[in-house]
Design a protein around this ligand. Structure first.
Ligand code: HMG
Ligand code: MG
Length: 305
């Protein structure tokens, strides 16, 4: 299949990235990060997470972030909503896009959302029904799509089964999460082939963490299959607090650099993105994980006072 001419690049740094930070990140910094990213041309952004604050304290100020954020028309702002309580908060925050997150591994489902895969799907059904009834759009995730921190290998058929269940209950797109970044291009192709047997691949996105340095190769493999929705995190921030050993998502700068080279449009200004990567990294007190951001540091790192 030919490469797509453009992709929807979902920036997840403010959620998947900051949810995993050890140090408290004030709402004002999260808001500035999101606004800077949008200024760079990011049009799809995971901005918040309405999960239990006991489970993920870093996201406890999501309502404040959404209340104070200056929203740009045309930009999609999305939040995670694991249950009806989360959806109600997202609606109160005037969000029109939410996401539910299932897993292809039983052990990870238990650790991450305290229920089995089947129970999670039963929990998501009323979330989807209510969201769709109120005119919201729901994206889905299948975590551990290429491997599980507790069970190891995950069957592509299980990934496809969970993805199809999420589509069936009304998700418009399902992102396959390599939660611990263990996958390789062959595993990507096998997971996508299994999905293609059940749902159109135009409804599938990829959400790869970069623990083993395979994420760009894996995205290239997905592009070869025609995938045109890619998740990434500025500066490579992130990880999942319930996935031991997982590092951040693939860095958005690295993805945009590769896509620019492939003539695949994202609408994102790479220089602005690199400046933003350095801005948040300097705030957090460590260099970006992104190779591109480090390569361009001499020209684009904002001066640190
Ligand atoms: P639970 O303890 O089984 O749920 O947690 P519960 O219904 O018994 O509620 C327990 C308490 O939490 C109650 O409070 C609820 O009110 C409260 P209490 O009565 O004890 O004071 N509560 C909530 N509070 C705020 N917002 C809510 C909410 N729901 C319940 N929405 C639950 C179940 C799903 C809530 C919990 O396990 C949870 O929040 N898990 C989220 C874990 C998480 O956020 N993980 C990271 C995101 S997923 C990820 O990173 C992977 C992804 O990036 C893709 C990939 O990389 O593969 C998406
Ligand atoms: Mg993730």
């Amino acid at each position: 299949m030919a490469f797509p001419s453009s992709v929807r690049l979902w920036e997840v740094g403010a959620r998947d990235g900051l949810q995993n930070e050890k140090q408290a990140v004030p709402a004002a910094v999260k808001i500035e990060l999101i606004e800077r990213l949008v200024e760079c041309g990011v049009a799809y952004i995971e901005a918040a997470s309405f999960v239990s604050p006991k489970w993920v304290p870093q996201m406890a100020d999501s309502a404040e972030v959404m209340a104070k954020l200056k929203r740009k028309p045309g930009v999609v702002y999305q939040a995670l909503t694991p249950n009806l309580k989360g959806l109600e908060q997202a609606e109160a925050s005037r969000l029109t896009d939410v996401a539910v997150f299932a897993a292809a591994s039983e052990s990870f489902s238990q650790r991450n959302i305290n229920c089995s895969i089947a129970e999670s799907l039963e929990r998501f059904r009323p979330v989807c029904e209510r969201a769709l009834g109120h005119g919201l759009k729901v994206r889905g995730f299948v975590s551990c799509a290429l491997g599980c921190p507790f069970e190891g290998a995950v069957a592509p058929a299980k990934v496809a089964e969970v993805a199809a269940a999420l589509i069936e209950m009304g998700c418009y797109e399902v992102a396959l999460g390599d939660t611990i970044g263990v996958g390789t291009p062959k595993a990507v192709k096998r997971a996508l082939e299994a999905c293609a047997a059940r749902i159109p691949l135009s409804w599938v996105g990829v959400h790869f963490h970069d623990t083993y340095g395979q994420a760009l190769a894996n995205i290239y493999a997905a592009l070869e299959e025609g995938i045109d929705a890619i998740d990434a995190s500025v500066a490579g921030l992130g990880g999942c607090p319930y996935a031991p050993g997982a590092t951040g998502n693939v860095a958005t700068e690295d993805v945009v650099y590769m896509l620019n080279g492939l003539d695949i449009a994202t609408g994102i200004d790479l220089d602005g993105l690199v400046k933003t990567a350095w801005w948040i990294s300097d705030y957090l007190g460590r260099p970006p994980a992104s190779r591109v951001a480090r390569a361009l540091a001499a020209r684009l790192r904002p001066s640190v006072a």
